[in-house]
Design a protein around this ligand. Structure first.
Ligand code: PMP
Length: 302
């Protein structure tokens, strides 16, 4: 476990980083989170953080959208994160959880003139150990932009993820696929969705209530960069899961995982397909710093 957490301007011992039980963020989910990942490369004796500043730009954008005023820039938050990793002397893979939240105790669920808190905590990754997932389409629809903004990483939005995920697991699957109100594919409970047809990779678009994942954007860049792959952002019906050659999910925590079954139907050949395997390897090589940092995606901590 990490020994220090960043909270409201200070590095403090983990056990002191807590909020009171009446805290509004705890009661109403009034917060924005991020999820970032650092990878230890034992050959380089180096810890690389993947797309660090971009994650903080996304956090600050969400705070701006909700009028939560956080007094830091993305580069300041990136520097604080590097400092936090150093203070904890982390030399292993690590997950980083920033949290911007309403730090007040009054009853009204409000975003006006509130006091804000900002924490950055380190979390041990590795809870997501699945390689090949069985999915079920959820009866819970994905939140829409005009209910709880689907394109922002709001704490409250994770009720939707938790409901869908829990029911999928209770029904014997590993993960849930959520549809839009129109019945098209949106994404999984905490990851984006891709469908592969031959060498063509397809993923739902912003208007399908997706969360704009950084791993999704990374995969699209890798596909753009590879002359043997083509890609498309489009609306996808549920049946495209059943007719796909391959299906995979992307996210900072789960990275790239293949889906081998959807609604009790075998997907493609029933094992991880060649396009998914290629993207998994490329992604792992990049995040661990095993190949040159040509997109400038890595921040070296030490
Ligand atoms: N959708 C949801 C609901 C998520 O929680 C996540 C994980 N942050 C993603 C998609 C994937 O986003 P990213 O690749 O930026 O981690």
């Amino acid at each position: 476990m990490a020994m220090y957490t960043f909270m409201n301007g200070k590095f403090i011992p983990d056990e002191e980083a807590s909020v009171p039980i009446r805290n509004k963020a705890l009661n109403y989910g009034l917060g924005i989170i991020e999820g970032i990942r650092g990878y230890w490369n034992p050959d380089h004796k180096q810890l690389y953080v993947f797309r660090l500043t971009l994650h903080y730009e996304r956090l600050l954008e969400a705070c701006r959208a909700l009028a939560i005023d956080i007094p830091y820039t993305a580069s300041q938050l990136s520097e604080i994160t590097v400092e936090l990793i150093k203070i904890n002397n982390v030399k292993r893979n690590i997950y980083i959880r920033p949290f911007a939240f309403i730090d007040q105790e009054s009853l009204r669920p409000s975003l006006i003139n509130e006091q804000y808190g900002l924490t950055i905590a380190l979390v041990e990754p590795g809870i997501y150990a699945f390689n090949e997932l069985k999915t079920l389409t959820s009866s819970w629809l994905r939140i829409t932009t005009n209910t709880i903004p689907s394109q922002l990483k709001t704490s409250a939005g994770y009720m939707n993820s938790a409901l869908a995920y829990s029911d999928a697991v209770r029904s014997g699957a590993d993960e849930a696929i959520l549809l839009t109100r129109e019945g098209n594919l949106s994404e999984a409970s905490t990851s984006n969705l891709f469908v592969v047809r031959g060498d063509h990779i397809l993923t739902p678009q912003a208007s399908d209530d997706i969360f704009p994942g950084i791993t999704r954007s990374t995969v699209l860049t890798l596909a753009e960069d590879d002359p043997s792959l083509t890609w498309e952002i489009t609306t996808l019906p549920k049946t495209s899961l059943y007719t796909a050659d391959e299906v995979f999910l992307t996210g900072t925590a789960i990275q790239i995982v293949s889906v081998v079954s959807a609604d009790f139907r075998q997907v493609g050949s029933g094992i991880t397909g060649p396009v998914t395997a290629y993207l998994q390897k490329s992604y792992m090589d990049i995040v661990h710093g095993k190949v040159p940092n040509r997109f400038n995606w890595l921040t070296a901590v030490y």
